[in-house]
Design a protein around this ligand. Sequence first.
Ligand code: NAD
Length: 283
Amino acid sequence: MAKQLLGKEVAAALNEKIKANVEGLKAKGINPTLGIVRVGERPDDLSYERGATKRCDTLGVAVEKFLLPVDVTQEELMATIDKVNEDENIHGVLIFRPLPKHLDEAAVIKALKPEKDVDGITDGSMVGVFAGTKQGFPPCTPQACMEILDHYGIDCTGKKAVVVGRSLVVGKPAAMMLIKKNATVTICHTRTKDMPSVTREADIVIVAAGRAGVVNESYVAPGQVVIDVGINVNDEGKLCGDVKYDTVEPIVDAITPVPGGVGAVTTSVLVGHVVEAAMRTVK
Ligand code: NAD
């Protein structure tokens, strides 16, 4: 039976570190604060916002919400971004996306200061991930994958890692972060030929394809660590990952469940970024 890599254990350890840092900041008179910019009321956004707000509350991080109507103009939205950029009491900003179609999302992202980009969406943050420098912040989901590997003491040095998926928000940054951890990395995507022969050779497989059950028992081998980023809803209306858990788990060494894996770590990573952003403002 594979070892289950549990997101809640990783989040609990991260939360302890975050709490200590929050106390340190408060002792210096700094109240770490997350600014949330939300346009409209999409159920997905509301649900993530509830989770993030709750996590902030328990860790002593303040939340300031900027809620805009679904028909907000580009000018009004840009004015809000200016406001959060300039407000010294807001250390990190989360902007819910995708924005409604009438808005220029690229312009909004471009306007956000990378030092407040705790969700890792700006070009500045991407440069940080690709160059391996402390500029902006990495996207929370691939960082959550790295936190899981770190927490469970899975050393990547010299290991073969395969990332399934090449999105800018998960696949590509995950690959860069694995390289920083000295893994030898291959990225698979929809045009990859004979993917099972590639994934079977890996020591570590990170799956972020957004397709339920795309990685099944023929893609894996004994001894592997499998991190499943996918969040899908199956025919029975239940949450499931991109990995066919029931048939993969008996073969591999370690695996993240869905739910309860990567998704359970992302809000802690986000709040950790807010606190780090606040710490970076201390000279
Ligand atoms: P995306 O659709 O932007 O990208 C998917 C990538 O997977 C693409 O590069 C595509 O080429 C590749 N792909 C798709 N089908 C494939 C296949 N059959 N074989 C090989 N490659 C394939 O998705 P994303 O934003 O990167 O998210 C990926 C998954 O992660 C989704 O299920 C999403 O819901 C989930 N997600 C989870 C969290 C979390 O906190 N756990 C956060 C963000 C996204």
